[in-house]
Design a protein around this ligand. Structure first.
Ligand SMILES: [Zn+2]
Length: 262
């Protein structure tokens, strides 16, 4: 059966109300979502100091939604900025959210562990990590492998962090200003048709603020309904990775391989 992942980005105390309303809507469609949770301080609020929000996340998890680690602070740290073209491109695409784009291995490792321990203190053991704006340095990919994360993804691929295996999975996002994902409702629907007619897996990325625009809200809900009504199964990222990387179900016995970036 073809699978669809609906991910809700930037789930945090600062977006609690919008996140809750989105999840309510998604649940009326029968969606089990992957919730991308920011572990650190973001927009003036901390996950670890928001017990009611943490309780809400636990309740969501118990209903079958997935908790995914999403960055640490979700903000670019200018201490790691360079004058390189890569940094400039990162700023253009990430618009200040590209926290892991320029990080060397050691700093990425530190932030992943820090995020993980905050999540653990709140009672969560995420198997996946998604970098803000889907932008990661090579050092981040190595650090993800070494901190025990099972998977990550970017705007084109699911990535098995332990083996480096990649699987192309189209993602749609209705964000009008996004350069990283497919812009606009018309283009999104064109891609949706392509994916649907070939039975390929699909990801639909939703941001809390999409709820504020009736057009974006309806476009997202319509797209999800369209796929579910054609027999697509709503799964979490973790479940889609099990399906896309079947060999990774068995624990790795050998030492992790070095990831080859292409
Ligand atoms: Zn984000």
């Amino acid at each position: 059966m073809s699978q669809i992942v609906v991910s809700l980005h930037d789930v945090a105390p600062a977006t609690a109300e919008l996140s809750r309303r989105w999840l309510d809507l998604l649940e009326t469609l029968g969606v089990r979502a992957s919730l991308l949770v920011i572990p650190g301080r973001w927009n003036g609020q901390d996950l670890s100091k928001s017990p009611a929000f943490v309780d809400w996340l636990h309740a969501a998890e118990s209903r079958g939604h997935e908790i995914v680690q999403h960055g640490l602070l979700h903000t670019r740290d200018k201490n790691f900025a360079t004058a390189s073209r890569r940094s400039q491109v990162g700023q253009l695409l990430g618009r200040g959210c590209q926290e892991f784009w320029e990080l060397p291995y050691e700093e990425a490792f530190k932030r992943l562990i820090q995020g993980k321990s905050i999540m653990a203190r709140c009672g969560f053991q995420p198997t996946g990590f998604v970098a803000p704006a889907w932008m990661m340095s090579e050092g981040t990919l190595d650090a993800l492998r070494d901190t025990g994360f099972r998977y990550t993804n970017n705007h084109t691929h699911l990535i098995n962090t332990q083996t480096g295996a990649k699987s192309l999975v189209v993602v749609t996002s209705q964000r009008p200003r996004s350069l990283l994902s497919l812009p606009g409702v018309a283009v999104t629907n064109g891609i949706a048709k392509y994916v649907e007619t070939r039975g390929k897996p699909l990801r639909i990325a939703i941001h809390p603020a999409d709820l504020m625009s009736p057009r974006l809200r309806e476009a997202n809900l319509k797209l999800i309904t369209q796929f579910l009504s054609r027999g697509y199964e709503s799964v979490t990222y973790d479940e889609m990775c099990t399906n896309e990387f079947p060999s990774s179900v068995e624990p790795e016995s050998s030492a992790p391989k070095k990831i080859q970036l292409t």
